[in-house]
Design a protein around this ligand. Sequence first.
Ligand code: SME
Length: 329
Amino acid sequence: MQRIARFEKVSLPQFQSDFSDPRSDACAAYAAIVMPRRATRGSAGYDFFLPAPLTLAPGEGALVATGVRALIDPGWALVLAPRSGLGFKYRLQLDNTVGIVDSDYAFSDNEGHILARVFNDGRAGKTLSLPAGAAFMQGLLLPFGITEDDETMAVRNGGFGSTDASCADGSDDALRALPDAAQALFEGERHPLVNLSNAAALLYDGMRDVNWCGFYLMDGGELVLGPFCGKPACRRIALTRGVCGAAASQGRTLVVADVHAFPGHIACDAASRSELVVPLFHEGRVIGVLDVDSPRPARFGGLEQDALERVARALEDACDWTRAEYRLR
Ligand code: SME
């Protein structure tokens, strides 16, 4: 089972601004918030609990402020549905039939507060009456795919800007130009130390909201710190640890919207909130990773991934890896 999400309480001010039940006290409801959980080991759905009592006569609806936000890894979504028991007994419905919570919703201006509009659609005249703490809805964490030609670059406006502020000069074009700029910088130089150093400087200088950018290189079965820009960083990373270890051992790019939600993330700089790691290959084997950190949550999207993967490919081609002074494998 993959652990790809975390539930958190939203802030009290956020909860107060969304809590609309005149019969209950928002502070008491906030104190009563419980994180969603599965009832049994085999349950697929996370039960969501009411922070305040809910009474719905037939034909009546209400907006439930759950007090919960979901931090979800890219590639996954939280799908909300009524609890089957309440559906059977009262035809309790979600107004949007099923709710889809995207992974970037957590960084919206409302902290990604999960709100549920529920409706007693019962035909037998039964009033639904649930106490605070009762489970009323379930959420399933499901993976999703994208089409081969999908080039969606927009990110949800989470109050943290959007991908069009990717580059230091604020344009997507500048980001797209980075691989060519890197190629030009490597021209006529084959030494990995030189090209890795210049690549780190180029990206650090050229990308907005980046607090660390550099390389870890394979050495004796682990990753060792290579050229970088930013604060001093951890020297060695086992392949079983961190975003870097995961990207190197899986041989694929990892885009982490919230590093705190990534199991085993290594915090070299406490300011880092999101991270993108691209493996570098030589003769079919991973020789290291390019690691970029941002203090902004969900800073990196498809555009950044594409640009940095192109820089990685340019580096692989530009360098004579046998000239590295350390063992690369
Ligand atoms: N955060 C990385 C460790 C390297 S620092 O970000 C420079 C990780 O979890 O692998």
